[in-house]
Design a protein. Structure first.
Length: 87
């Protein structure tokens, strides 16, 4: 299990993105947008070209936090082990 950045079971999305990139994944933001009740939203996801794995991060801002179970789901979909610096 990765070291969780804040010690409370949550990791910043920015840290998840950086760790995924270090493992060979790419952050992709195609030109497509989706309509929500609150307006247009850009599609954003992490992609692993080696495994063809993809994990949608459109619902997160970089400074938001992901729960440990959400981080594990990203690991499974991307096929990588996300590693974080000790807080």
């Amino acid at each position: 299990m990765p070291v969780i950045a804040d010690g409370q079971g949550f990791t910043r999305v920015r840290d998840v993105i950086e760790s995924a990139k270090a493992q060979g994944c790419e952050e992709r933001t195609p030109q497509a947008t989706i309509m929500t009740p609150w307006g247009k939203k850009h599609v954003r996801y992490l992609y692993n070209p080696e495994t063809k794995g993809r994990y949608d991060i459109s619902d997160f801002e970089d400074d938001e936090h992901m729960s440990a179970s959400t981080v594990r789901a990203a690991e499974r979909r991307l096929g990588v082990k996300l590693v974080f610096k000790d807080a």
